[in-house]
Design a protein around this ligand. Structure first.
Ligand code: NAP
Length: 290
């Protein structure tokens, strides 16, 4: 089974590299051609001349682009090369409604679609260990599992198209709260004059330990906020979640608070930093003591 990857950003590049190492990668494409050319030179795969070129070369097309309109644009561009048996697996984080619209477009051209958002950070994409939350036909998932098992440690079927994105929304609300809690606690810890690397190490072994503390804590206390997961992308996810909540007539305090925090970070020019850049604002709470 041959795979193709569209979108060689922080996440897509790791997925594509793992597929290349497994011998399953037939072609890649990236909007900014320089990234695709560099990837092709490093991994010895061909660069397609557009999204349809990837679909023509592959049985499974893995897409990983930024936002809702980007997914729909890419899926439209795939159409000419879709035919029965071809499966589009979208790993981007978008609204469930967008996933359902993308599935309609793919099906109208004869192919099949899975929404398969992921979690595990750039490390998880690089190491092939991220989890994947999959919506769509269970039999379609089983058919493409040989490809997905190379890029994900666990690809779980969650329900029909859109259920993957709904599960990812649960993850993103939780991630907002965790970011807030970890950055606030570490900013406090600094004001206590502690050795923060030791603090992170010991807490990681106890009940408050978590992925974000382990993978972002050490850089954070050194003032390094390389992405990672960009502030603008988590802000985009929280915007989608807000719309879903509004339909239920509900507001969540964690979501509202982090949206405000991220908007302030973006206004200050930190939108392309990792979400751990929230530490900048938590440090500022303690003023000169931080
Ligand atoms: P990224 O590094 O900013 O990469 C985005 C990729 O999407 C780039 O290859 C970009 O192409 C491409 N793209 C954007 N708009 C496009 C369009 N209209 N047509 C074609 N290509 C387009 O972002 P990322 O961190 O890899 O995230 C990608 C997706 O995964 C997002 O939905 C994000 O929310 C989700 N995600 C990210 C993480 C994480 O930790 N980073 C974790 C889980 C899920 P160019 O190179 O031309 O800009």
């Amino acid at each position: 089974m041959k795979a193709g990857v569209i979108g060689l950003g922080a996440m897509g590049a790791g997925m594509a590299a793992n597929l290349a190492h497994s011998g399953q990668l037939a072609a890649v494409w990236n909007r900014t051609s320089r990234k695709a050319d560099e990837f092709a030179a490093a991994h010895g795969v061909s660069v397609a001349d557009g999204p349809a070129g990837v679909a023509a070369a592959a049985d499974v097309v893995v897409t990983c682009v930024s936002a809702d309109e980007d997914v729909l644009e890419v899926v439209e561009a795939l159409k000419p090369a879709l035919e029965p048996g071809k499966v589009v697996v979208d790993t981007s984080t978008v609204a469930g409604e967008t996933a359902r619209r993308a599935a309609e477009i793919v099906r109208s051209a004869g192919g099949e679609f899975l929404d398969a958002p992921v979690s595990g950070g750039v490390e998880g994409a690089r190491n092939g260990t991220m989890v994947m939350m999959v919506g769509g036909g269970e039999e379609v998932l089983e058919r493409v599992r040989p490809v997905l098992s190379v890029i994900s440690g666990k690809a779980a079927h969650m329900g029909p198209v859109g259920a993957g994105q709904a599960t990812k929304a649960v993850n993103q609300i939780m991630a907002a709260g965790i970011n807030s809690a970890v950055t606030e606690a570490l900013a406090f810890g600094e004001t206590e004059g502690l050795d923060m690397e030791r603090v992170i190490d010991v807490i990681q072994g106890g009940a408050a330990g978590n992925w974000f503390l382990q993978h972002r804590g050490p850089n954070m206390v050194r003032g390094v906020f390389d992405p990672g997961f960009k502030v603008v992308l988590h802000r985009k996810d929280l915007g989608i979640i807000r719309q879903t909540l509004a339909k239920k007539g509900v507001m969540l305090e964690t979501v509202e608070r982090i949206v405000d925090e991220y908007d302030a970070l973006i206004a200050d020019g930190y939108g392309d930093e990792d979400i751990s850049a929230l530490f900048r604002r938590k440090r500022a709470i303690f003023g000169d003591n931080a």
